[in-house]
Design a protein around this ligand. Structure first.
Ligand code: ASP
Ligand code: MG
Length: 463
């Protein structure tokens, strides 16, 4: 069971989570994975900015705030004085370490990817201790572990580390299975692992889901439950479409397409470790634990005959269009363009090329836009590329559903509905898996476009 950042965001919530774990632990062996308190990872990333600027007072203020947040929570989430005291001692040690790390970084005035990962690990380390003591407080035998102590070994690609599954499998099963046999509930930091030299690494934003599936795969778990603050994967973001519905069952492939966009953001590789074994995964709401949520399965049983199952969007993106007469019919141009983007660490979210070959369009996150345009200009402008056009403020809309495969007329329904709402389409891409049809619109039109498609495919009536 993995609990997201909102599920552990207050003392009451921690208590609720502890009771939830206790009630399920009667008939099950449970491994718990916890995220940092919502917003804490963002704060830690932000404070590394202050470190870069050498702003000592900002860092001091941050430490005070950080300490208070966790200490206050720790105080009110325990009922017994004994556990409260023990937890306080544990937290003091971890927070002291955080202070040392931050002070060291300020002295150096430097944030390396390695030190940043070390810093980011503190969010998860603190919630894991708090949650573990909350379990102790209500009589559950438990132990809190970092991803490193659990045995999650990764490569050294800080900030976006990947598990080395062979080693990890051996270590995690050796560590976790005896604990379960002993009746101990391991509470593990999400998001955090360590490389082969023992340096802490992180798995990328939203990486706690990934931690859960890595462990599940290592110990051959029966199921993975991702507890979050929404009811599951939905037909659309309910903040945009009022009558959006929870999907009861989706396939792994569909879930991976939806996870990137939807109300429940999931780490893009989160389902990878459990695909082979087909371990069923549930997305459930901590605050409405009576609901079943969404089940993610290899082969969903419910045949809804639904062509499109969900409509989602990614905002804060920009469209880059590169053109040049000498791009036509010359092999290797696309490779050059993408090579430069890759070398500069720019993630391309969508690509399309017209058959005339005179232009290639791609969508990147707005954060990457400057660096993308700069590197293209430096390396290719005036050579193979003649012009680079940028459209800021676009959004990707994606219609997802395995029922689209081989069905005629889906595209026509999609674009017909969009046209009826007077929204202009700037770029289109569909993979040949036909699982996902994505297009780009002006950001100001994106909510309208989502609602139009939700209505066209009658997703509010989905079973
Ligand atoms: N705390 C990390 C993040 O905010 C990992 C997670 O929440 O899954 O990205
Ligand atoms: Mg999270």
């Amino acid at each position: 069971m993995k609990f997201g950042g909102t599920s552990v965001a207050s003392a009451d919530r921690v208590k609720r989570v502890a009771r939830l774990i206790k009630s399920h632990s009667k008939d099950n062996e449970i491994v718990v994975v916890a995220s940092a308190i919502k917003g804490v990872t963002d704060d830690l990333i932000q404070i590394s900015e202050s470190v870069r600027k050498g702003s000592k007072t900002d860092v001091e203020k941050f430490i005070d705030r950080f300490k208070k947040l966790h200490m206050d929570m720790a105080k009110t989430s325990m009922t017994k004085e004994k556990t409260r005291k023990e937890l306080r001692n544990v937290l003091n040690v971890v927070i002291k370490e955080l202070e040392d790390v931050l002070n060291g970084m300020v002295l150096l005035g430097e944030v390396t990817p390695k030190s940043q990962d070390y810093l980011l690990s503190f969010g998860e380390r603190l919630t894991t201790s708090i949650l573990s003591y909350a379990l102790k407080d209500i009589g559950i035998s438990t132990e809190s572990l970092t991803g490193k102590n659990t045995g999650i070994i990764t490569d050294s690609n800080y900030g976006e580390a990947k598990p080395l599954m062979d080693t990890t499998k051996l270590r995690v099963s050796n560590k976790i299975i005896p604990m379960l046999r002993n009746g101990t509930v391991p509470v593990v930091t999400g998001f955090v692992g360590a490389d082969q030299n023992g340096n802490l690494t992180t798995l990328g934003r939203g990486g706690s889901d990934y931690t859960a599936t890595i462990i599940a795969s290592c110990i051959n778990a029966d199921e993975v439950w991702l507890w979050t603050d929404v009811d599951g994967l939905m037909t659309a973001d309910p903040r945009i479409v009022k009558n959006a519905k929870v999907l009861k069952e989706v396939s792994y492939a569909e879930a991976m397409e939806m996870a990137l966009f939807g109300a429940k953001y999931m780490h893009p590789r989160a389902l990878e470790p459990i695909l082979d074994k087909g371990i069923p995964t549930r997305i459930r709401n901590t605050f409405k634990s009576e609901n079943n949520g969404t089940q993610v399965l290899k082969n969903p049983k419910i045949n809804t005959r639904q062509i499109v199952k969900s409509v989602s969007m990614i905002r804060n993106t920009a469209l880059i269009d590169v053109r040049g007469g000498s791009m036509v019919g010359v092999p290797g141009i696309a490779a050059k363009i993408f090579d430069i983007m890759g070398k500069n660490n720019i993630n391309i979210m969508m690509i399309s090329q017209s058959p005339s070959e005179s232009s290639i369009s791609m969508v990147v996150s707005k954060n990457d836009l400057d660096s993308a345009v700069n590197s293209l200009e430096l390396s290719l402008l005036g050579k193979v590329i003649k012009t680079i056009n940028v459209t800021d403020n676009v959004a990707i809309i994606a219609a997802v559903g395995s029922g689209m495969r081989g069905i005629k007329g889906v595209a026509s329904r999609i674009f017909g509905a969009i046209a009826k709402h007077d929204v202009n389409v700037m770029m289109i891409a569909q993979g040949s898996s036909e699982l996902n049809l994505a297009f780009v619109v002006n950001d100001k039109d994106c909510e309208e476009a989502v609602r139009a498609l939700h209505e066209e495919f009658e997703l509010s009536k989905i079973e």
